[in-house]
Write a protein that binds this ligand. Structure first.
Ligand SMILES: *Cc1c(COP(=O)(O)O)cnc(C)c1O
Length: 341
């Protein structure tokens, strides 16, 4: 198979139409078989539930080429089960988890020419999503839905080297107690746009959200979980019912314990503790870990000892080990790497 003629290394994170996407429809209480299509447009009723009441959720994962030349995806079973959780909370029909993984495989296989070669640092980003398609005007769950997976090639995250981020402690809330912070709903992102636009206007890269109830505990950013390293070398991550359970963060906590022999703990993290941390990073599929160099709380600057030019040493080890596992240089735990044949 001949690869597309793209300058893989200079791709950004932007939508580009690829050859195939997967589409399945839910109607009369059941999912159809679904199929691949070349049509990248969606035509739905003007009164569709997704347009009126934002009944939609999504996932994100990557396909890439390993050192050995295999095309693989990382832990798609966790995306399948997280999407099922999102659907249940949004009163949407679950797309069966085994079918989800099959659909991921179909889309990657059909777009194999778009999967960047090993060493380019690029990957094929996959976006599974579901939305309510039939007309609803009275507030209630729709009865018809569409599940799709689109694929788009994206470039290496750390182009031109790693640059630690500067965050601000945000005055807006991301997620209400007992709300939807723990699921991957589009609505969580719609209401975060004002916060991120104003953060950028003020010169910050990202927002650090605190828990909405007490405004004393660290939650996450708009789209990534926190990992901290304490001065005595422990890896800690916030425990909260209102953060999104990042697959990257869960994988890194496992790597910290089982591969690096570090103590790793999920617990509440009071914001007052952050000034005593040695390292801080943001975890998500896009970057794996982006180091944080500085956190500004209404004029008070917390400068992480790891500085503004590189990843801290523990963050770097975590990053190298997980990317090593993903790329097939380091043996993966059972079931983490799914080869697309
Ligand atoms: C998707 C997402 C993450 C990162 O999750 P990964 O599974 O690691 O990509 C973190 N926080 C939020 C709010 C998200 O939507």
């Amino acid at each position: 198979m001949e690869k597309k003629d793209l300058d893989w290394g200079s791709l950004g994170f932007a939508y580009q139409k690829t050859d195939y996407r997967f589409v399945a429809n839910f109607k009369d209480g059941k999912w159809d078989d679904g199929e691949l299509t070349t049509d990248n447009n969606v035509v739905i009723n003007e009164c569709a539930g997704v347009l009126q009441y934002a009944q939609t959720c999504f996932e994100g994962l990557k396909a890439y080429t390993t050192e050995k030349g295999d095309i693989v995806v990382f832990r798609p079973d966790l995306n399948a089960s997280r999407m099922a959780d999102s659907c249940r909370r949004m009163e949407m029909p679950v797309y069966p988890e085994d079918k989800f993984i099959e659909a991921v495989e179909k889309v990657v296989k059909a777009n194999a020419a778009w999967v960047p070669p090993f060493g380019s640092g690029a990957s094929l980003y996959l976006r599974p999503y579901m939305f309510a398609t039939n007309a609803v005007i009275g507030v209630k769950p729709a009865t018809e839905y569409q599940f799709r997976i689109l694929a788009t090639p994206v470039g290496p995250y750390f182009k031109g080297g790693v640059k630690p981020l500067t965050l601000r402690v945000c005055d807006f809330d991301r997620a209400a107690p007992c709300g939807t912070g723990h699921i991957k709903a589009g609505l969580n992102y719609a209401m975060s746009l004002h916060a991120i636009v104003t953060a950028h206007d003020e010169g910050y890269d990202e927002n650090m959200y605190l828990d909405a109830k007490t405004r004393t505990k660290v939650e996450e950013t708009g789209g990534a979980n926190f990992l901290f390293v304490t001065k005595d070398g422990k890896v800690v991550t916030p425990k909260s019912s209102t953060i999104l359970p990042s697959i990257t963060r869960r994988s890194l906590m496992y790597v910290a314990k089982e591969y690096l022999g570090l103590e790793a703990e999920e617990r509440e993290i009071p914001f007052t503790e952050v000034k005593d941390m040695a390292e801080c990073g943001l975890c998500g599929t896009a970057a794996v870990i982006s180091p944080v160099g500085k956190i500004v709380d209404h004029g008070n600057e917390i400068c992480l000892p790891s500085g503004m030019t590189e990843m801290g040493p523990v963050t770097k080890k975590l990053y190298d080990t997980l990317t090593g596992i993903q790329m097939g240089r380091i043996e993966a735990p059972e079931g983490w790497i799914r080869v697309i044949k």
